[in-house]
Design a protein around this ligand. Structure first.
Ligand SMILES: CC(C)(COP(=O)(O)OP(=O)(O)OC[C@H]1O[C@@H](n2cnc3c(N)ncnc32)[C@H](O)[C@@H]1OP(=O)(O)O)[C@@H](O)C(=O)NCCC(=O)NCCS
Length: 436
């Protein structure tokens, strides 16, 4: 196998857990008009087609801000804002309608591409759009008349759901209709957040003009819990406060994850969804999962996790002293500072192999793909350490490992050192898998 080919195969395998996890999930993605009219938009459309074909339900909310601003500038007019909200007069509203219509056609035409030799070949994406959003005038606030700037009144969740269930991508313009027959201009970022809340979306993705949010030193912040995000907003230490505000609102109202991703980076959305490290900044409702190397301070948490399994005979007993000595071999999965999973790699350097041991996910978190993610991490660590083979001894999870590429082997296949320690009373099955 050539190196490029083997890199591809290992990348594809490492993406597999995420493919399982995302299937059937609903993502709301907000894009801006400047992105739609840029060269990179074709790449994004290819990525969206791929997500659709992997069974991810997509709602695409688009904004028309840049088109409106360019038009106002051309006509020597200034944008008028109050409290960061654009005031929309009748002329500007006409422009919003034109810009939104043009954008819709542009996006639909790109999503309809099916040229051979491109990722869109045979994609046959279906797109739906309609009067799903009802609005009312924002009204007169502090004596300022917002005119055609609207507020969301309701979202027709059932209609959108039924389109999503028919594998259609739902396209939402920054407009809302009123029962009096008028049209109102809506903020696309707030609309995307409300859409994600009402659809109970699994993820809300903003494609922004930056790599993500930055800390005081200018580094991209990869993860923030909602409460941390609120503290940053109050300190005023984050420039991109507009997105932070809508992200916090979404998190507070049940959206588990909001992601801010650089729209200029081709493939960033795939990187975010299908790699362990992700991309941009993730803001999570109350908790997020971390997979990390264990240290001495984790011993109590690990014992709490594994002792019930040891009592049931699922895992081999480990004393606190043994765990202290071996803590360097352990990797943890943590949510909200609680250890919910762990695994250890005991290398046999002569054989370029390792035993994967104490591989456990807390029963409350079973069947959510956690085991899969933890295993992907253990595989990555093994690969980074140049290991070629993994062994696992199991009494109750044989099929879990068989379904992830392990096969049964005999005791004689184990490194000799491990053969000597084999516990004949436990009668564990011995399984092995090569690392590419
Ligand atoms: C094995 C284990 C880590 C899987 O964790 P998990 O987070 O539930 O796994 P995932 O969510 O990634 O996978 C879920 C899938 O695996 C299946 N599965 C879960 N545990 C299984 C087991 N013990 N045997 C066979 N299949 C199992 C589930 O049915 C589900 O498949 P489905 O969606 O087709 O129904 C977990 O069951 C566990 O902690 N077991 C006890 C510890 C153990 O036996 N460790 C191995 C020896 S070190």
């Amino acid at each position: 196998m050539t190196e490029t080919y083997s890199q591809f195969v290992s990348w594809f395998r490492s993406a597999a857990p995420y493919i399982h996890v995302h299937r059937g999930k609903t993502f709301v993605v907000q894009i801006d008009d400047s992105l739609v009219y840029s060269e990179i938009f074709t790449d994004l459309v290819h990525d969206l087609a791929l997500l659709n074909s992997l069974g991810i339900q997509l709602v695409l909310v688009y904004g028309a801000r840049h088109s409106i601003e360019a038009w106002l500038k051309e006509n020597d007019q200034e944008s008028t804002y109050h409290d960061d909200v654009r005031l929309t007069d009748a002329d500007t509203m006409e422009l919003v309608k034109t810009a939104a219509g043009k954008l819709r056609v542009e996006i639909e035409s790109k999503l309809s591409m099916g040229l051979g030799n491109t990722p869109m070949s045979n994609a046959e994406l279906r797109v739906s759009s309609g009067n799903y959003v009802m609005a009312k005038p924002a009204g007169i606030i502090d004596g300022v008349d917002y005119q055609f700037t609207g507020e969301i009144r309701s979202i027709d969740v059932n209609a959108i759901r039924s389109n999503l269930d028919s594998d259609e991508i739902v396209l939402i313009p920054p407009l809302g209709y009123s029962i009096t027959g008028e049209v109102f201009n809506l903020s696309a970022s707030s609309l995307a957040a409300q859409m994600a809340i009402e659809l109970k979306a699994d993820k809300l993705i903003y494609l922004i003009d930056d790599e993500g949010l930055h800390d005081a030193e200018g580094n991209v912040i990869s993860q923030l819990i909602q409460t941390e995000a609120e503290a940053l907003l109050q300190q005023g230490s984050i420039e991109e406060s507009l997105y932070l505000k809508v992200a916090i609102h979404a998190c507070k109202n049940g959206v588990p994850r909001v992601q801010l991703i650089d729209r200029q980076a081709s493939g960033a959305i795939l990187q975010e969804l299908f790699t362990l490290d992700g991309a941009g900044t993730m803001i999570t409702a109350s908790s997020y999962d971390v997979i990390r190397q264990a240290d001495g301070s984790d011993i109590a948490g690990i014992l709490e996790l594994i002792e019930p399994m040891e009592k049931q005979g699922v895992l081999v007993e480990r004393s606190r002293e043994k765990l202290e000595l071996e803590i360097g071999h352990f990797t943890l999965m943590q949510r909200d500072n609680v250890i919910i999973g762990c695994a250890a790699l005991y290398p046999f350097s002569e054989e370029n192999a390792a035993e994967l041991a104490c591989f456990v996910i807390h029963p409350e978190y079973h069947k959510q793909g956690m085991g899969e993610q933890l295993f992907a991490m253990m595989e990555t660590i093994a690969r980074k350490n140049g290991l070629k083979k993994l062994f696992v001894l199991t009494t109750q999870a044989e099929h879990w490992f068989l379904e992830r590429g392990f096969s049964e082997c005999s005791l004689d296949d184990l490194p000799v050192e491990k053969q000597d320690l084999y516990n004949y009373q436990r009668k564990s099955r011995v399984l092995t898998r090569t690392i590419d």
